[in-house]
Design a protein around this ligand. Structure first.
Ligand code: SIN
Length: 289
């Protein structure tokens, strides 16, 4: 098999073909994948058939893995796998069903946010014509940064923002999500944190805008109304159509993304009995610069 990387005609993303993630990859193949990951931010591997151990083993090639703070949704045998699903076991959600309800980057509410995530599709909902539902949208926040005016770049250069899991939870509750759970123990594990709103990628050196609708609670050091307006403006800017790749899932897709120069949103346009069931691993990051 020959590895090929076909960039999408969008601001980010590429499909990688000619690779079977169930196999141990040699160093050269892995290095090509890693290079493509840094270059394109989102990589799609179609038609994969991997079990949990193979998913974990491929993910660990990129570094250490996180165990998600929302421990009620962890895979019972493999805690480094987060189950993303709307499937119920009686009254209990087997996975996080509202994971991507707002634009966000994974674990931006941690002191050291995640480097990346690898999401593997096991069941995908579809409409009566067979068209997949539950798409995931990715925005390039580095392309969004590049498109800012010089004035805005210098305005935000030294600003910091607060991020919290509680912010996401409060939004879910306000939007009527009765099942949203956030215990005191979860909040203790993930108290609010502060990050610079311009991040520099540790590998590529590219700058990106690091605020998001779901998890950014506010911008520090500005009057409240100015902070709110700036946050709204930056979030709207990051998610303009020209910065977006929309992923239509198929069973067997493994999609991996870089959480530093992107944010994502999952479209919830399906409901049971249409089942959506995916496994996610989450790569540990390095302190933001
Ligand atoms: C996530 O935010 O990690 C999940 C995205 C999705 O459900 O498509």
């Amino acid at each position: 098999m020959t590895l090929e990387v076909q960039p999408f005609e969008t601001a980010l993303g590429a499909e990688v073909s000619g690779v079977d993630l169930a196999q141990d990859l040699d160093a050269e193949t892995f290095s090509e994948i890693e290079q493509a990951y840094n270059e394109h931010s989102v990589l799609l591997f179609r038609n994969q058939s991997i079990d949990e151990a193979q998913h974990l083993s491929f993910s660990r090639r990129f570094g250490q893995l996180e165990v998600h703070v929302l421990d009620q949704y962890l895979h019972p045998q493999h805690p480094e796998i987060l189950i993303v699903s709307n499937v119920m076991d009686g009254e209990r959600h087997v996975g996080i069903y509202d994971a991507g309800r707002y634009w966000h980057t994974d674990l931006s509410y941690m002191t050291v946010p995640s480097r990346g995530s690898l999401l593997y599709a096991i069941e995908v909902p579809h409409d009566e014509d067979g068209e997949p539902l539950g798409d995931t949208l990715f925005a390039s926040t580095s392309a969004a940064y590049d498109a800012l005016s010089e004035g805005m770049r210098s305005h935000i250069a030294d600003l910091k923002a607060e991020f919290s899991l509680a912010n996401r939870h409060a939004k879910l509750v306000a939007d009527g999500d009765e099942g949203a759970e956030l215990s005191d123990a979860h909040q203790e594990k993930a108290p609010p944190v502060v990050h610079r709103i311009v991040r520099t990628h540790p590998v590529t050196g590219r700058k990106s805008i690091y605020v998001n609708e779901g998890q950014t609670a506010g911008i520090l050091g500005l009057p409240d109304n100015e902070a709110r307006d700036l946050l709204t403006e930056l979030c709207a800017h990051c998610t303009k159509p020209e910065f977006i790749y929309r992923h239509k899932w198929r069973v067997g897709d493994l999609l991996m993304w870089d959480n530093i120069p992107t944010q994502h949103l999952a479209i919830c346009d399906y409901e049971l009995p249409q089942r959506r069931y995916l496994h996610r691993t989450t790569l540990r990051g390095t302190p933001p610069q």
